[in-house]
Structures are given as structure tokens and as C-alpha cells.
Design a protein around this ligand. Structure first.
Ligand SMILES: Cc1ncc(COP(=O)(O)O)c(C=O)c1O
Length: 371
């Protein structure tokens, strides 16, 4: 059935998303924490109807993301931007339920315009969990959030809430918990004065084996102690393991090693992996784990356009399907027209098992992206 669809394409499986959404619902029921989808990670709105049944709204990194959340997801629209323009604020003040500023200067500049909605400030707590310096929100000289408590205190009377985003791909509950304790002791005075706290994203609480009950207990005791509504801003945790990128081998070349070139590109279609220099994960059901070793490479001109090196049970040939897993987060939102390579279509496998091609990209889309 899937074979009839022309590669390359992303296949999003709603049943797999549902598994993650059920955990989000569980967290809400047992801790009171609300979850808003981080659109920066995943903005493919064809599955928002399903997501919005289990989540409380969206959070954003720009005006356009906020608009998308407001128009296509509904429920609560949280706005955040590293720096708003005056024009952004004119629209955001009409569509946002909460607007979170990244600096005291921006908050003071726009406060009068937005004080009728929930005003928040991002705080840089100085602690973080990240495997990558590039993604570490508390890295040296980080511009993400207000680092000085004195500065936060100077606008405390204007704040309804605060946001701490201090995790990236954190699957270690103890580390999450210890850092939350540190935040609590550092910002106790502030926490007593506000109504809501967003703990950001970056926690892998939908992974199998994550101690969900401990997580809920921690969130609930934090929320009870300070009488605050807790928000989580999951991106990756919502869609993890729910999508695959299907490609076809176009050519096989040899330079010491065998190299299979597919009709896709890591640079154009899974850019995040290239930025962080990690290999794509490959579908384990498909011919994997034998004695034939291939580098799987993209068809762009970039020398390092390499998805990874893998072992296969059978020889690959022109026409073989290569399927990369975990292809939802930070992929479709970052795809680009580098080299004019055809963008993967987006296909959704609905809960009832039906396949729907929700987006196909044409030459005209490439042309219209520039002028
Ligand atoms: C402020 C904020 N919230 C939420 C997220 C989502 O993180 P993740 O997709 O790792 O859950 C990010 C990611 O960078 C972020 O910067």
C-alpha cells in the first residue's frame, strides 16, 4: 500500500502519536501540568485535530508559529520570541493567551500593549541538561532568558508567570528533579508571587521506561507548594518514534566502501541530524543487521551529505527502499530546497489505518520560494 506513494515521503503514524499523547494526558490527570505543543519542533498541522484532543494548546518561537497555533490548533496560544518586533506585538496581543518575553527591556517596551493578557518572562536559571553546547540554553553568554535575579525582581509586579527552559533530550528523571530543586531554592520568592510556571521542553517523558509516576509526583508537589499552574512545552516528546522518511536508492558507487545514494538529502530533509552530527536511525525491520555494509548518502552536492553507515542482510540495489525512523521532530520544519531537490511528500496514516497524502511539493513551490 505504502509502496505506491512516490518517494521521498515522510510517513506520520497517528497511532504512534496517540501512544505519546496518552502519556501527556496521564501527566495532566495525575500532576495537573498542562502541555502545549512546541511548534518549533513539529508544525505539521494535518495531525493537530488529534493532538488538540490531548494537549492544551501550542507554544511558539515567532509570530508565524503563534498564528499557526491560534488558527490550526486552538485552545491556549502561548507566544514566545527571542526578540519581538513592534509589528509582531500588534498581532500577538490579539491572538495570544500568554506572551512570554525574553528580556526585561522587551517586557518594559511592550508591557502597556499586552498587560491585558498573561505576561511572562523567560528566566535563564543557570542550570541545564544538554548533550550539545549548541542547544544548551544555559551555555556561556546565553541570550536565552534573564540571568540576573535582580533584573527579574525589578519587573515582578508585572508578571503573571515565568518560563524556564533548561532541558534538551533529557531522559534522566533524577537530573530533571535535582535541577528543579535548584531552581526552586534560587527563585522561591518569585515563585510565590506568580500564577503559572512553564518548565519548557526537552524532557523525554514519553520514552519507554521513563518514571512517569515520579515525574507526576514531582510536578504536582512543585505546583502545590507554590500554588502555580505548571506548563510543559514538549516538542520531541509528542512525536517521538511516530514518523519515518521513506527513500529509494538511485545509485550505488564505490570509494573503498560501498555507498548507496538515495533520492533524499540529510542536508535538505533531516537537517537537524547534520547540525548535531548524529547519524539517522534506520528502520530495523528492513533488511538490517547482516554482512553488507553501506554508507547511505544524500543526492545533494554536499560532500558530507551522509545519513550514516549501516549493515544490511542483503545487497542493496537501485530501487531498494531505505527508511529512516524518528523523522518527525525538527525535520519537516527545517526542510529546505537546497540543490532544488524534491521535497518529501507528507503522508499521514490515520487512526483507522487509511493513508492520506496531505502534502506534495512541486517545481512551482521551489520557484515560488524565491524570485
Ligand atoms: C523554549 C522552548 N520550549 C520548548 C522546546 C521544545 O523542546 P523539545 O522539542 O526538545 O521538547 C524548546 C526547544 O528548543 C524550547 O527552546
Amino acid at each position: 500500500m505504502v509502496k505506491k506513494i512516490k518517494t521521498p515521503y515522510y510517513l506520520i503514524d497517528e497511532k504512534k502519536i496517540l501512544k505519546n499523547l496518552k502519556k501527556i494526558e496521564y501527566i495532566r490527570n495525575f500532576s495537573g501540568a498542562k502541555s502545549v505543543l512546541a511548534l518549533k519542533c513539529f508544525s505539521t498541522w494535518s495531525v493537530f485535530d488529534l493532538m488538540s484532543k490531548y494537549m492544551d494548546g501550542t507554544t511558539s518561537s515567532s509570530l508565524y508559529e503563534a498564528k499557526l497555533g491560534y488558527e490550526r490548533f486552538g485552545k491556549e496560544t502561548h507566544a514566545f520570541s527571542v526578540a519581538y518586533s513592534a509589528e509582531d506585538i500588534q498581532i500577538l496581543k490579539k491572538i495570544s493567551d500568554k506572551i512570554i518575553f525574553n528580556s526585561v527591556l522587551q517586557l518594559k517596551t511592550f508591557y502597556r500593549e499586552v498587560k491585558h493578557i498573561g505576561v511572562g518572562l523567560r528566566i535563564n536559571p543557570g542550570v541545564s541538561y544538554s548533550h550539545f553546547d549548541l542547544a544548551d540554553p544555559a551555555r556561556k553568554y546565553s541570550r536565552l532568558g534573564v540571568a540576573s535575579i535582580k533584573d527579574v525582581m525589578s519587573v515582578l509586579d508585572k508578571l503573571n508567570g515565568v518560563m524556564f527552559h533548561y532541558n534538551c533530550e533529557n531522559d534522566d528523571f533524577e537530573a530533571f528533579s535535582v535541577m528543579l530543586e535548584k531552581i526552586v531554592s534560587k527563585y522561591e520568592k518569585i515563585l510565590r508571587k506568580i500564577n503559572w510556571v512553564s518548565l519548557g521542553g526537552g524532557v523525554r517523558f514519553t520514552e519507554d521506561g521513563y518514571p512517569l509516576d515520579k515525574f507526576c509526583k514531582k510536578l504536582k508537589s512543585f505546583s502545590d507548594q507554590y500554588d502555580v499552574q505548571v506548563y510543559l512545552e514538549p516538542g520531541e516528546a509528542v512525536i517521538t518514534k511516530s514518523c519515518e522518511l521513506f527513500t529509494t536508492v538511485l545509485d550505488i558507487v564505490k570509494n573503498v566502501k560501498d555507498i548507496a545514494i538515495v533520492d533524499s538529502s540529510i542536508e535538505a530533509h533531516m537537517l537537524d541530524l547534520l547540525i548535531y552530527r548524529v547519524y539517522a536511525k534506520i528502520n530495523l525491520d528492513m533488511n538490517i543487521g547482516g554482512g553488507y555494509k553501506y554508507i547511505i548518502a544524500g543526492r545533494s552536492c554536499l560532500a558530507g551529505d551522509v545519513f550514516g553507515e549501516y549493515r544490511f542482510k542483503n545487497r542493496l540495489k537501485v530501487g531498494s527502499t531505505i527508511c529512516f525512523t524518528d523523522a518527525a521532530g525538527y525535520t519537516m520544519v527545517k526542510k529546505n530546497w537546497f540543490n532544488g531537490i524534491k521535497m518529501p511528500s507528507i503522508v499521514v496514516k490515520r487512526l483507522n489505518g487509511k493513508l492520506e497524502i496531505v502534502k506534495q511539493f512541486l517545481y512551482d513551490d521551489f520557484v515560488c520560494g524565491l524570485s
